[in-house]
Design a binder for this molecule. Structure first.
Ligand code: ZN
Ligand code: ZN
Ligand code: ZN
Length: 205
């Protein structure tokens, strides 16, 4: 049985992101996760006030880093009405709840694409972001695979057109990405298109 380290405060765990740091590095740098205190609350303790679920992607290394809004603090002031004067509210919201709140916004949030787009590209809108999100969810829920089986284009969510092309990754590797004439440009640079390959045939590739 693993013995409990007596130097770890009760209810805390060793901070994972800076675990391998030596003292020379710690003297120069401050760990953003633990502020060099070495100890953090267990990632599983970070819960969303709205849905009660985890704010962290549990089971991944990234569970060690904050996600969504964690431990936000807001204080009401003298002229506040809906928050009470001098009361401080501390809360967390997970990414899924943030998405649901964004979707209700009369004025959508501004979305900045930090992956780097040309400076003269039109601004990325929340509607585009939402479309990309819905496509991801549709894909993860099997819609993309089912469209392939039905020989429908799966370049966008629920494209009504028949698939004409199959996309090969690195020009050689089979994928289930299949595109219609209208969406044949929806592909990345290291891919190529061949006539559609039915799922009955892909075993012979
Ligand atoms: Zn740390
Ligand atoms: Zn939530
Ligand atoms: Zn299409």
């Amino acid at each position: 049985m693993e013995e409990k380290d007596p130097t770890i405060p009760e209810g805390y765990v060793r901070c994972a992101p800076c675990q391998s740091w030596d003292w020379a590095r710690r003297a120069k740098e401050v760990c953003a996760t633990c502020n060099n205190s070495l100890w953090v609350r267990p990632p599983a303790d970070s819960l969303c006030n709205l849905c009660g679920g985890h704010t962290r992607p549990m089971g991944t290394f990234n569970e060690n880093y904050p996600h969504g809004l964690e431990n936000m603090k807001i204080i009401g002031g003298y002229e506040s009405y809906h928050l009470l004067d001098m009361n401080e509210y501390v809360f967390s919201l997970c990414e899924e709840c943030l998405r649901k709140i964004f979707m209700q916004c009369k004025i959508p949030p501004t979305v900045i694409d930090r992956m780097g787009r040309p400076f003269d590209a039109p601004p990325f809108t929340f509607a585009e972001d939402q479309r990309a999100y819905e496509y991801r969810v549709w894909k993860d829920n099997g819609g993309h695979h089912q469209a392939y089986l039905n020989r429908k284009c799966n370049a966008i969510k629920e494209c009504p057109n028949d698939a004409i092309y199959t996309l090969l990754h690195n020009s050689t590797d089979f994928t289930e990405e299949c595109l219609c004439e209208e969406h044949k440009d929806y592909r990345y640079s290291n891919s190529s298109l061949v006539p559609f390959i039915r799922h009955e045939l892909k075993a012979f590739l």
